[in-house]
Design a protein. Sequence first.
Length: 261
Amino acid sequence: MSSSLIKHKILVVGGGGYIGSEICRTALRAGHQVTALCRSGSAKSNNPENKEIQWVGCDVFEPETYRKELESCDTVVHSMGLLMENDYKKIVNYNFFKSGPASNPQDTPNLNTYERINRDSALILAEAASKSNIKTFVFISAHDTPPFVDDRYITSKREAEKRISEYTEFRSVFLRPSLVYDSSRPLVLPIAFGQHIFNFMSEKTPLGCIVDKTMLKKWKAPPVLNSDLAQTVVSAIENANISGIIDAQTISQIRSNKLGE
């Protein structure tokens, strides 16, 4: 049964990030109540819609810092993640660690790992959610390991998916987008365009027969607009019949309102 008429109380962990902020705004436009968790407790941009979102400072690895917010919501979205393990600046920008703004990231070398950010943060959140009133847990995973990225990136995501799916206290939804893009990231646009061309050539020409026999096969998934990903998240929250994995191809179909049909 669809719950699209029900207004949900959604907690977005990583709500200040590129994907998380889009999810927050999309859920808000759909009439849901949104709480965004980040260490700073404030939005990174001046988007007017951010004023309608409740911003809460927390440490995702310390559930007690957001226990109250968790207990007041019915849905959790985990949208934080790490792509390049050695990119310590990206780690600091997630604002989920106890080290203060003036601290040196190199003083905490064990924090910036795929296992800690992609897997452990989600599992800690899931465990806390299982002890509250959370009905739906959405995890932003990934289609596969991008080129030139350590395979531990996707391994950590898959480990999180597997263990979260074992919880019976809530419905689990795992979104697996490929490359996520929009006009706010102009440097990514040519890559997304190239991906579309590659996919077209793979599907419509003999090139596909060659691609399917090589490691390039895993890169055939269509790139995903950030707005489409966010809309898919909201649609999955609203439709109680949706659970499990939503792949990149399904996400790309959201414009046609095919999700859940």
